[in-house]
Design a protein around this ligand. Structure first.
Ligand code: ADP
Length: 314
């Protein structure tokens, strides 16, 4: 299963500069293997949707290349598209039609064989049977999302693109959808590329994630590998005044490394050696008032903040 042979998505130096001059994607490289769930995380404007647009052949790359199941999106767009399915951010189902009609129309468009059986299968997997005959206009946001994802699966795609699948859903519905996506992973032989704002979601769902920032991939790896970059524990210090100075002092004293960072009044120090208490002791020694100290294991949030210097918008 290792190596290029099992890569379903291969992306090399992929770039997009829009005619307006915006360099939305600036040379990204990654691979998604068979059956793998790959998360692209990053703030608004990072270039995630543009990347999905290029992989689904709706946006023409400016440079680099991308292949799905070996088919180059620029050279062989029809074949590349047939290998994949996409669920975009905006609503894409016909609200006037019932769930079943939406499924039927999509299945016909995609030439799905054994249509009735396949519809029954995905309807069952997504718990849609009770609402299938109703017009989509009567669905809740979560129900509509489930229908959209189920519909995308009718064509048995080798790779599914999900652009912000849980945005705008309340936490309980978000959980339910994540559970379903988790089940789906084990049931279908499919790779998934999912973009998300929610780092906890990436942690739960993804085998590997890439952090995208200003059109580039700042880091990629399994959530555990990314967290391990910041060591075993994090010391978080709330300072009363001038957090920038506090960070500089900690670095100068060798207590904080280049991976320490500051957001608002909080200085976050990955602890690679010594004790998590050293940072607070150093600040106290220099007369810098600390109003709160906590230690905890690193999270994906820390990795994200450290790489981008920004808190991700929820
Ligand atoms: P994300 O999905 O991470 O929010 P996008 O790919 O939507 O990022 O956007 C990346 C950058 O490209 C942003 O600066 C955005 O304004 C710009 N952009 C996106 N689509 C277009 C377009 N069709 N024309 C010009 N600029 C665009």
């Amino acid at each position: 299963m290792e190596g290029a042979a099992s890569a379903i998505v291969e992306v090399e130096g992929l770039s997009k500069t829009y005619p307006s001059g915006v360099e939305a994607v600036r040379g990204v490289d990654f691979e998604i293997r068979a059956g793998e769930v790959f998360g692209l995380i990053g703030p608004n404007g990072a270039g995630k949707s543009t990347t999905i647009g290029m992989l689904t052949t709706t946006v023409a790359p400016t440079r680099g290349r991308a292949r799905l199941c070996g088919f180059d999106v620029a050279v062989d767009p029809l074949r590349a598209r047939r290998a994949s399915a996409v669920v975009c951010q905006g609503p894409s189902v016909d609200r006037a039609l019932s769930g079943r009609m939406n499924m039927e129309v999509h299945a016909r468009l995609w030439g799905v064989s054994h249509r009735a059986a396949r519809i029954a299968e995905v309807v069952d997997a997504f718990g849609l049977s009770g609402i299938l005959e109703r017009p989509v206009a009567t669905y809740s946001g979560g129900q509509r999302r489930r229908l959209e994802i189920a519909r995308a699966l009718l064509s048995n795609p080798r790779v599914l693109f999900l652009d912000e699948p849980t945005v705008g859903l309340d936490p309980r519905i978000r959980r339910e959808l994540l559970d379903m996506l988790g089940l789906l992973r084990s049931a279908e032989e499919m790779s998934v590329l999912v973009t998300t704002h929610y780092l906890d979601e990436a942690e739960r769902l993804c085998d590997r994630v890439a952090i995208m920032y200003q059109g580039r991939l700042a880091a990629s790896g399994s959530p555990a590998q990314l967290r391990a970059r910041l060591g075993q524990s994090i010391a978080e210090l709330r300072v009363e005044q001038d957090p920038v100075k506090a960070l500089a002092v900690l670095r100068a004293g060798g207590v904080a490394g280049h991976d320490a960072f500051q957001v608002g009044q909080t200085v976050t120090v990955p602890v690679h050696r010594g004790s998590p208490d050293d940072a607070a002791a150093e600040l106290a020694r220099l007369g810098i008032a600390v109003t709160g100290v906590s230690t905890r294991p690193p999270t994906l949030d820390d990795v994200y903040l450290q790489l981008t210097g920004e808190r991700i918008a929820a």
